[in-house]
Design a protein around this ligand. Structure first.
Ligand code: ASP
Length: 461
């Protein structure tokens, strides 16, 4: 027997495969004590335990079954998974726009490592194209892997390098830029890039995927096609996030980089514009604008790049009975800025006041945002709000907490002067502060309507 036939299986796991005459890549019907499953037997890591077999189910999930609990195991066929996608050279057409795709990592740049069952960032941008050839119908694509990290590992070093590379590509004449990025912190990166790269003449479109491309329900290809289309043909020259609109693949949404947030841990339609409506819908035919107050594409190359960043800034998410020592700890550890995500219109409890006052007196810049996400900080309504402002806390209008955090990092990277910081913070760069929320903004135009209709249709049956 070749060892590949039972790759990684030992002990009871190996015994159960042999007993039933199946091996790695067998498509099996399994009856176990926990239920019945249909899937492919995956190879295992040499270091995995001996007591399980691992199946890749048709829905894309992996399941481990204890060998002792298997009642029957029948081979229905064989299906070897080919997960190595060859790098392909992108065809060049002088009539098509030139788009630069930067890879930073995340699920969109990931595949399943069948040895370990883990999702690993191992897709190069070239492989990414190899798996989505439709991209060649839209543009000439050049790719560059900036990093290969899951997005929780993005930070100032990566933001600064990305902003600088964007600036260089704009100067070189790119018609659009796409940034493949993990979804978890895509809104943080979208916010900081909106501040670091201003007045871009071309679209800068961030894209990710909630499900890796080896899964049938993956959103990677469609999101990528939509993002590349928005970068190549779209006229919105801003930092955008392009992801699924509704839970189905009907259309994508283009969200402004300063008003967007990941709102669901697993849905593909996870990104929502908060406090506003998205800028546009996008499908294979092109963009459908939902509003017209956006920055237009230009032919000049005059973007402003400012990569200032102060790391000693934090967000305090207020909860009832937060103790003052948390605020003291920030001061004692030389934090220069604090964004509070307060309750309701922007509140914290009274026992926190002396610590907040001490922080402000020591020169820490404190800004108030709301944890409701929708709506404005309004600190004149209740006595609490007025008192907190008297301590030196500045209301940050309707800036989202993460956006205010990124803006404060950026502002404090430039100056420590109170008035100047306040001026930077409260002067909108690109929609992070707006005069009003549109009446139809709250949960409308978010891809929700078709889903509500679908829900009603299914429950009426
Ligand atoms: N954990 C991943 C990341 O943010 C999730 C994703 O890409 O969707 O990098």
């Amino acid at each position: 027997m070749s060892s590949d036939k039972y790759k990684g299986y030992r002990g009871k796991g190996l015994a159960v495969l042999k007993e039933h005459g199946v091996s790695v890549w067998s498509d099996v019907d399994v009856v176990a004590e926990s239920g019945r499953f249909r899937g492919i037997i995956l190879p295992r890591s040499e270091t995995a335990d001996e007591n399980h077999i691992v199946l890749k189910l048709n829905n894309g999930y992996n399941v481990g079954l204890t060998a002792d609990t298997i009642i029957s195991l029948k081979e229905m066929g064989r299906r070897e998974a080919h997960y190595k996608i060859p790098e392909k050279d992108f065809p060049y057409d002088s009539k098509k726009p030139n788009v630069k795709l930067f890879g930073t990592g995340g699920t969109i740049a990931s595949r399943l490592d069948y040895r370990t069952g883990a999702v690993i960032p191992a897709f190069s941008p070239g492989e990414l194209y190899g798996s989505v050839p439709e991209l060649a119908d839209i543009c000439n694509l050049t790719t560059e892997k900036l990093f290969g990290v899951f997005s929780e590992n993005m930070g100032p070093e990566q933001y600064i390098k990305t902003a600088k590379r964007i600036g260089e590509e704009i100067e070189k004449g790119a018609d659009g830029i796409v940034i493949g990025h993990g979804t978890d912190t895509m809104h943080h990166t979208a916010a900081i890039l909106s501040f670091m790269v201003q007045d871009s003449p071309i679209p800068i479109v961030m894209v990710g995927s909630q499900r890796s491309s080896d899964r049938p329900s993956s959103d990677a290809a469609l999101n990528l096609i939509n993002a590349v289309k928005a970068a190549a043909e779209g006229d919105i020259a801003e930092v955008l996030v392009c992801m699924f609109g509704p839970t189905s693949d009907q259309y994508g949404l283009l969200h402004r980089g300063t008003r967007v947030r990941k709102m669901h841990s697993s849905y593909r339609s996870t990104f929502r514009t908060i406090g506003d409506i998205p800028l546009a819908m996008i499908n294979r035919k092109g963009l459908i604008h939902l509003r017209d107050d956006y920055k237009r594409r230009r032919s000049d190359r005059n973007a402003k790049i400012n990569t200032a960043f102060e790391e000693k800034v934090t967000i305090l998410y207020y909860y009832p009975n937060m103790l003052p020592d948390i605020v003291d700890a920030c001061v004692d550890n030389n934090y220069r800025g604090i964004v509070i995500a307060g309750t309701g219109l922007g509140h914290v409890n009274k026992p926190l006041y002396p610590a907040v006052k001490r922080a402000c007196d020591k020169g820490v810049h404190i800004y108030m945002t709301v944890q409701t996400l929708w709506g404005y900080v309004q600190m004149y309504v209740y006595e609490t709000g007025r008192e907190i402002m008297e301590l030196g806390v500045v209301p940050a209008c309707n800036m989202l907490p993460e956006v205010a955090y990124m803006k404060l990092c950026w502002a404090l990277g430039q100056t420590d002067d109170r008035e100047k910081v306040e001026k930077i913070m409260l002067t909108p760069v690109n929609g992070e502060i707006t005069d009003r929320e549109p009446y139809n903004g709250y949960l409308i135009y978010q891809g929700a309507i078709p889903e509500v209709q679908e829900f009603l249709r299914t429950i009426k049956r």
